[in-house]
Write a protein that binds this ligand. Sequence first.
Ligand code: ASP
Length: 310
Amino acid sequence: MRHLLSISELERADIERIVEQAARFAEVSDREIKKVPALRGRMVLNLFYEASTRTRSSFELAAKRLSADVVNFASGGSSVEKGESLKDTVLTLGAHKPDAIVIRTPWVGAAALVAGWTGAAIVNAGDGKHEHPTQALLDVYTLRQKLGALDGASIWIVGDVAHSRVARSNILAFSRMGANVTVAGPPTLIPREIGALGCEVRFSLDEIAQADVVYALRMQHERMSEAWVPSLREYAAAFQINRRRVSARQLVMHPGPVNRGVELSGEVVDSPRTLITAQVQAGVVVRMAVLYELLSGARTFSPVPEPQLA
Ligand code: ASP
């Protein structure tokens, strides 16, 4: 694998290889000294043109746990504010010879463009409403930890599918792994062509009891130029995931950040059954696996056993 731009480029075997590698790295994350020399001397550049809490911190942590050098770039406070273009910024920072560039932008296709401007391996950490492949991989990892396998599982992705890159990447990844994916939300937030990705479409939560996993999406206000739902209150009345709508048998996920009381009720956010924290933890080991895969060839990492005290 040269870059990670989109889940559409991955076969099931690629996804399995990455999440299995992540499981080996999880062992390192449980150690007292959470570091291995796997990418010593390599450099990872985090290039973020959009807000991020989980993705940026976990890529940084992932690179550091592999002993890579990390440079963090946020567009705020940089020469982007003086009008420097994406291309010039990439070429400027490319002078430091990064081995990998992790990039998030509000622009669909930007990660693929950057791949043509530099010799570095590119990881798409979110390109507008297009894709967020590492989110999908960490969600597959989290579900495999819980369910063993995704084959035959019914996964409902609920909410603002239209503006969500997570929805696109996750529909593809969950289907590749054998799950039956349904998307549900108000018609204004479900793009017409979404079924072509291989999912069912519902405009209500009437049949949500059949889901094994309920994956709520955040309302993407920053990508909305007009009102897509009458009001958040009405949206929540019909589509909020709350105790009334999900049972103890069902797993609940959300990529974060959560709009508490909109797509998820506070009770569900705080419930120990909700997998949000497990998803964040998975983010570090899955991103370690992605960086390792891109920067060290397809070799398998086998952790050296920790020395045992006599
Ligand atoms: N953090 C995810 C993303 O960047 C989900 C979200 O923001 O709603 O796409």
